[in-house]
Design a protein around this ligand. Structure first.
Ligand code: SPV
Ligand code: MN
Length: 626
């Protein structure tokens, strides 16, 4: 076998990096890693490189660099910093995020691999001139877990590097230990040329190109975390592809522990952004394993899950003491937190839309100098913070961190929750008849309005399978099939639920209060533990009124009236039928969708129609009581 010192890559690297960096790199006995670093240095041409190990000294250095470079600025509260992405760089860039594929796949945004590689190499040629390249090593999932995927990230942004230290487990030592066996994901990012606000200048050349063949992602001329933090959504795209080959699932799901009588039952939940995902995973009295991404594997008779991340890159809009008490407290306490695209007020405090208290007169935000009533180029008012403004923190700052969050074995999933945003169709909570029924009518049928996490959002209703559509690196049909097969034959598959926090009455008022979701979770917990019975409707199992009444009292000290129950849990047949048609027509246009999806949808339609003949268009839950 070739000794590492003799590999041409490391010999070349020796000429390109300083002695200290070389010493760090040569300890990693993996030519693939060296080759990747060498290639990217050759293309990007940074002034120098900094190799980051797991040491507190190296990690601290990057924290300092983020301040020194001006990418972050200190705020009033100790440990807090603020970072601004460019005015037109505030969300994931769907249009310019493409898969490099030799054979194009319908339904996913792709470009011919060779053409794409050529283009991105050209864009990245000398892109790091005048910049330093940071070289970082991470593990997605707890260290040494069967779930772990290792990753190497190159970036010229100290903000990206700093964010990743908050969000991911560093794993330089694992790279040293595992050498050639590491099979890493590889990410190269450059913010490109910066303007006087330290923002990417060449937004026209913003690209995120994903090479599935080499499990490598290129990101150029952008700073927004969803485009740059390789280990987040760029890694999710690679992981979905790898998982599909290896028989597990990479999902856009939180993981949380729901507590009752001293036991903990774990749930994973998929919600498109701004549908209540983070606030569900952060419910008071429960514990959090992760707020965004989950890897799921079959183990014996159960499904186990880990969070590949260790921190949160969360939407800040609307966080206040009532809506999100734990996050609120954490965000107002000293600790290492990066605020991005929020408003910095006089006195270096931070303000965001939907925070309590009075809106400040003026400050600095993503649009530069900001004052109340400021208008954008289209005459629209500029909010104090961008709707997609975020906070980044390590979950160790949270008081509700679950004790199993770092467990390499993961946690056993008792249930999976799909949560959409719809005003007029779904009941607040419902359980599927079985795994496949849940995958099809709840997961594959997940629907929401488009939101601010995507650049060209317009509020229209969109089907978003498992809330993962933006990240699918495999054909949709295969993805659905993987889900259907995943729990086949399991003695105890997770129960599948769907929730909707956004149901409105005919006057447009929300039918539920923000805190009601705590009750839905507790009901699911009882169902998983076989301690609550339910009413069988044509679309799944719904709670009994008495059960909910006692849960509302116990969990949130609230009287729950039967008329509210009836209003909320009425089966809206016509709306449900319309939804089935929307889902069908979405999947009918896609090749390779398993026929069982259409069968299950059709069965649901027939059940609904039959019920409508018997009970009418709006069926009160009391009908199912006998
Ligand atoms: C989401 O939009 O789902 C996020 C933020 O979690 S991003 O990193 O942009 O994907
Ligand atoms: Mn997300």
């Amino acid at each position: 076998m070739l000794k590492i010192e003799e590999s041409s890559f490391i010999a070349e690297l020796k000429k390109k990096v300083d002695k200290e960096s070389y010493e760090k790199l040569i300890r990693i006995r993996c030519p693939e890693v060296h080759r990747f670093i060498l290639e990217q240095i050759d293309i990007c041409n940074p002034d120098d490189v900094f190799v980051c190990t797991d040491s507190e000294q190296d990690i601290g250095y990057i924290r300092e660099e983020a301040l020194k470079s001006g990418e972050e600025r200190k705020l009033k509260i100790r440990g807090h910093t603020v970072h601004f992405d460019g005015y037109h760089d505030q969300a994931r860039d769907r249009k310019n995020t493409k898969f490099l594929l030799s054979q194009q796949v319908a339904g996913i945004n792709c470009i011919d691999r060779e053409k794409g590689l050529q283009e991105i190499r050209k864009i990245m040629h000398n892109i790091m001139r005048g910049h330093r390249m940071y070289i970082l090593f991470f593990s997605l999932a707890p260290l040494g877990s069967e779930f772990s995927i290792y990753a190497v990230q190159l970036t010229d942004s100290s903000y990206v590097a700093h964010s990743e230290h908050l969000l991911y487990r560093t794993a330089y030592n694992e790279f040293v230990k595992r050498g050639e066996k590491i099979k890493p994901f590889k990410f190269i990012h450059s913010a490109g040329e910066l303007d006087e606000r330290m923002n990417s200048k060449n937004i026209d050349e913003r690209r995120v190109y994903i090479d599935l063949e080499k499990e490598t992602v290129y990101s150029a001329n952008t700073q927004y975390g969803g485009n740059t933090i390789g280990l987040k959504k760029l890694a999710l795209r690679l992981a979905i592809n790898r998982a599909s080959k290896e028989g597990w699932l990479a999902e856009h799901m939180f993981i949380m522990g729901v507590h009752n009588k001293g036991r903990t039952t774990y749930f994973a939940g998929a919600f498109p952004s701004l549908c209540g995902k983070t606030s569900t995973s952060m419910l008071r009295g429960e514990t959090i394993v992760g707020d965004d991404i989950a890897y799921l594997r079959r183990k014996g008779d159960r499904i186990r899950a880990v969070n590949p991340e260790k921190g949160i890159f969360g939407i800040i809009k609307g966080i206040n003491p009532e809506s999100d008490p734990i996050l609120w407290k954490t965000l107002r306490t000293p600790g290492e937190i990066i605020f991005s695209n929020d408003l910095v007020t006089e006195g270096d405090d931070v303000y965001w839309t939907g925070m309590d208290g009075e809106i400040p007169e003026k400050g600095i935000n993503y649009s530069g100098v900001w004052y109340r009533g400021k208008k954008d180029e289209n005459g629209r008012e500029v909010p104090p913070s961008h709707p997609n403004a975020r906070f980044t923190l390590d979950m160790k700052l949270l008081e509700n961190l679950d004790k199993n969050f770092d467990n390499p074995e993961g946690v056993v999933l008792g249930g999976i929750v799909y949560g959409g945003r719809d005003a007029d169709t779904n009941v607040p909570v419902i359980q599927s008849f079985n795994w496949v029924h849940g995958v099809v009518t709840m997961g594959a049928a997940l629907e929401s309005e488009t939101t601010a996490a995507i650049i060209e959002h317009d509020g229209s209703r969109k089907i978003n399978p498992m809330s993962n559509i933006d990240f699918l690196s495999i054909p949709i049909g295969r993805y659905i099939e993987n889900h259907i097969k995943f729990a086949r034959g399991l003695k105890k598959p997770p129960l599948v639920f769907s929730v909707n926090y956004f149901l409105r009455d005919e006057n447009g008022r929300y039918m539920n209060d923000i805190e009601d979701k705590a009750v839905w979770l507790k009901w699911m917990e009882l169902r998983v533990n076989e301690e609550a019975d339910a009413l069988k409707t044509p679309i799944g199992y719904i709670p009994r009124y008495e059960e909910l009444r006692s849960l509302f009292k116990r969990v949130i000290s609230k009287e729950y009236y039967k008329r509210n129950y009836i209003e909320q849990f009425t089966i809206r047949v016509v709306k449900n039928l319309e939804k089935i048609s929307r889902v069908e027509s979405f999947y009918r246009g896609i090749e390779g969708v398993p026929t069982i999806l259409f069968t299950v949808l059709n069965e649901q339609r027939e059940r609904l129609k039959k019920a409508m003949r018997e009970y009418g268009e709006n069926i009160s839950p009391t009908v199912f009581e006998s």
